[in-house]
Design a protein around this ligand. Structure first.
Ligand code: NAD
Length: 345
């Protein structure tokens, strides 16, 4: 797999290794890669960490021939929309050029496998619902919704999705693609809405909310997403895409207020004031999509997957996780998580 030191990839590795699955984890350790997330796996023979770029064709070729995986799961990406507005080139480099290189090396490896291993092999590409653009008040994205990306991030993910599809239709590579809504949960980098709000709320700082805060996102607990990926990997139809959603549409402002309330209950401010008083509306992000909502009925009807977590349960567990894991957060905030970089493999 790739990108396993990031938020979703990290949760995926922890779950897979706990179930006895051997994982070779290729991650470039950009600012978003955090080895602290994987510290419990130190010395575990089922986790092989390799620091490197998905676009490094020689390295990818060597890893494939050395470890002979029966699947490649691509989580690695530049993933933060705001950063893609400031510097789109890195997004094209990793998400488009890097994915293309990974696809080429994986295709060559797959073609050389014995027939039974060839049949069993899968390439699963993890993508986003943002490729579909923005919705009005009603409707949901389905797998047949036309692509209409609005940010450099979603445009680069859309391009990678098309390349994955093309590698199936052109070369026969057995691919699967998942397009998922917004994730939240443990080990989420505190530049994204939910962990950012938790960290700032605890520090007594203003809680920035874009525009009027009425943008709607469908939220999915990260462990549900990891289970969906495993389901698609094991039983998805080759060449298909599957939308993954949480059935939890919430306005950003509702999310922020829920976090404030949960923190007030668990750790009241010293002055007794509600944390909602820290909310500060800021100028909207350019090209900010108004509403995303996912129709995940294909995944439910074909493969029987449904999210286990309601938003209420997932957000409460997430807030508790951040309260219980303040050292993990602090090391991200003060930058010390980047000081210990491992180069193996
Ligand atoms: P993340 O930014 O937390 O993690 C990305 C990981 O990829 C990091 O560990 C980083 O070091 C690594 N990486 C970046 N460039 C690399 C490169 N060139 N080579 C190797 N590794 C590289 O992202 P995330 O939130 O965990 O998202 C994982 C995947 O899921 C992404 O493809 C993203 O588009 C997709 N996705 C995310 C969400 C979400 O809500 N977070 C929703 C749907 C889909």
């Amino acid at each position: 797999m790739t990108g396993g030191a990031g938020f979703i990839g990290g949760n995926f590795v922890l779950g897979a290794v706990a179930q006895g699955i051997r994982v070779v984890n290729l991650d470039a350790l950009t600012y978003a890669g955090n080895m602290d997330t994987l510290s419990s796996l130190e010395g575990d023979p089922n986790h092989v960490f390799v620091q490197g770029d998905i676009g490094d064709a020689g390295l990818v070729e060597r890893l494939l021939s050395e470890h002979r995986p029966d699947a490649v799961i691509n989580f690695a990406a530049e993933s933060h929309v705001d950063r893609s507005i400031d510097g789109p080139a890195a997004f094209v480099q990793t998400n488009v050029v890097g994915t293309l290189s990974l696809l080429e090396k994986t295709r060559d490896y797959w073609k050389a496998l014995e027939p039974a291993a060839r049949d069993a092999f899968r390439f699963l590409h993890v993508s986003t619902d943002e490729v579909y653009g923005s919705l009005g008040e009603t409707g949901k994205f389905s797998e047949t919704t036309p692509y209409a990306p609005n940010s450099p991030y979603s445009a680069s993910k859309a391009a990678s999705d098309h390349l994955v599809r093309a590698f199936h239709h052109t070369y026969g590579l057995p691919v699967l693609t998942t397009n998922c809504s917004n994730n939240y949960g443990p080990y989420h980098f505190p530049e994204k809405l939910i962990p950012l709000v938790i960290a700032r709320a605890l520090a007594g700082e203003p809680l920035p909310v874009y525009g009027d805060g009425r943008q709607v996102r469908d939220w999915l607990f990260v462990r549900d997403h990891c289970e969906a990926i495993r389901t698609v990997l094991e039983r998805g139809r080759i060449g298909e895409t599957y939308n993954v959603g949480g059935n939890s549409e919430k306005q950003n402002i509702e999310v922020v207020k829920t976090i404030c309330r949960l923190l007030d209950e668990r750790r009241p401010r010293e002055d007794g004031k509600p944390r909602e008083s820290q909310i500060a509306f800021v100028a909207d992000r350019p090209g900010h999509d108004r509403r995303y909502a996912i129709d995940a009925s294909k995944l439910k009807n074909e493969l029987g997957w449904e999210p286990r977590y309601t938003f209420e349960r997932g957000i409460a567990e997430t807030v508790d996780w951040y309260l219980d894991n303040q050292p993990w957060v602090q090391r991200v905030l003060d930058g010390s998580y980047r000081l210990e970089r491992i180069g193996q493999g």
